[in-house]
Design a protein around this ligand. Structure first.
Ligand code: DOR
Ligand code: ZN
Length: 353
């Protein structure tokens, strides 16, 4: 049995408000606990999107009633809410800027709309950019010009990791995260197993083996791992217009642990990228008396039917992994043990509370 700190997932979509048939703060935080994660940061591309004081309250009130693990809520950058978003920085996990194609309405196409957000959001709170390829390069330039940190969400390409490496070497305050699906799958991974093509839709798209190799080859440039847990139902994924996104909370740690000892990847890296670094980058509080017990030798196959997420599927169905979460203790209470959740909705605390 190994003991880990309560893990942090800085990038999840819990679908509340507006799409609780996919997930809500209850099912999503239960999935987190089952995955050994005791703190999640929720994204703002909900319905309505979280972009002002009222919508932030809407999400935080739902979370307060329903969350079983600790949580923060991002505010989204819109075309004209830079001053409003900055005024909410004390209450929000951070500011999320959607600069590329995504699910939902929050998207800033025009670069002139980015400027007020980089200029106004307080430098001591995180600014996260969904920015791919050339827009990532532009986001890093904005961070340099405004001399503030930027965190790049879910990088997937060789050109991205190499540019971030170069920017770090120049002293630009850029950090980044990588998702398990971009580390373990490529665009030619079988969408097979009888599943429709829509199930493999995700943004950023799955990349090539060359890209995957570049991520593994530059592990020291990757600050955090994050799931981008993006639940959609199977009916939606198999429809004519499949929304992009994979659930990931319950497969996160086992997939990562299965890779330990490969390619010079150690347990120290796991703790750094799933606890120490996200805690620092996102300015997160301590969780006293909190830990995760993992049976590192337990091998098993991933099964959607054993998951707490409401979406009912996983792109990793049938994958053989090693490392099973046995027990999660959160602030002195057993929150999860051997497949069962023991804390009630509302036990979770707001990390900016
Ligand atoms: O695949 C994705 N799904 N990428 C995103 O950027 C958004 C997410 C979602 O909310 O479904
Ligand atoms: Zn996301």
């Amino acid at each position: 049995m190994i003991k880990l700190p309560g893990l942090i997932d800085p990038h999840v979509h819990l679908r509340e408000p507006g799409a609780t048939h996919k997930e809500d703060f209850d099912s999503g935080t239960s999935a987190a606990l089952a995955g050994g994660i005791t703190m999640v940061l929720a994204m703002p591309n909900t319905k309505p999107p979280i972009f002002d004081a009222d919508t932030l309250d809407l999400a935080l009130n739902a979370a307060k009633q329903k969350a079983r693990c600790d949580y923060g809520q991002f505010v989204g950058a819109g075309p004209d809410n830079a001053i409003m978003a900055a005024s909410l920085a004390d209450k929000a996990a951070g500011l999320k800027m959607y600069l590329d194609s995504t699910f939902g309405e929050l998207r800033l196409n025009d670069m002139t709309l980015w400027q007020p957000h980089f200029a106004n959001y307080p430098k001591n709170y995180p600014l996260v950019a969904h920015s791919e390829s050339r827009s990532m390069a532009a986001a890093i330039l904005f961070a340099a010009i405004y001399d503030r940190p930027v965190h790049i969400a879910h990088i997937s390409l060789k050109e991205e990791i190499l540019l971030i490496k170069a920017a770090k070497e120049k002293g630009i305050k850029v950090t980044c995260e990588v998702c398990p699906h971009h580390l373990f799958m490529t665009s030619s991974s079988p969408s097979g197993r009888g599943q429709g093509e829509g199930r493999m839709e995700v943004r950023p798209r799955l990349a090539t083996q060359t890209d995957v190799d570049a991520l593994w080859g530059n592990l020291d440039v990757i600050d955090c791992f994050a799931t981008d847990h993006a639940p959609h139902t199977l009916e939606e994924k198999d429809s004519d217009n499949p929304p992009p996104g994979f659930p990931g909370l319950e497969t996160f740690l086992p997939l990562i642990l299965t890779a330990v000892d490969h390619q010079n990847f150690t347990m120290d890296d796991v703790i750094k990228k799933m606890y120490t670094n996200p805690k620092k980058i996102f300015n997160l509080p301590d969780q006293p008396e909190t830990w995760v017990e993992v049976d590192e030798n337990a091998s098993y196959e991933i099964r959607a039917e054993e998951q707490f997420t409401r979406c009912g599927w996983t792109p990793f169905e049938g994958w053989k992994v090693r490392g099973k979460v046995r027990k999660v203790v959160l602030r002195g209470k057993t929150a999860f043990e051997d497949g069962r959740i023991f804390v009630k909705p509302g036990y979770g605390k707001n990390i900016r509370g």
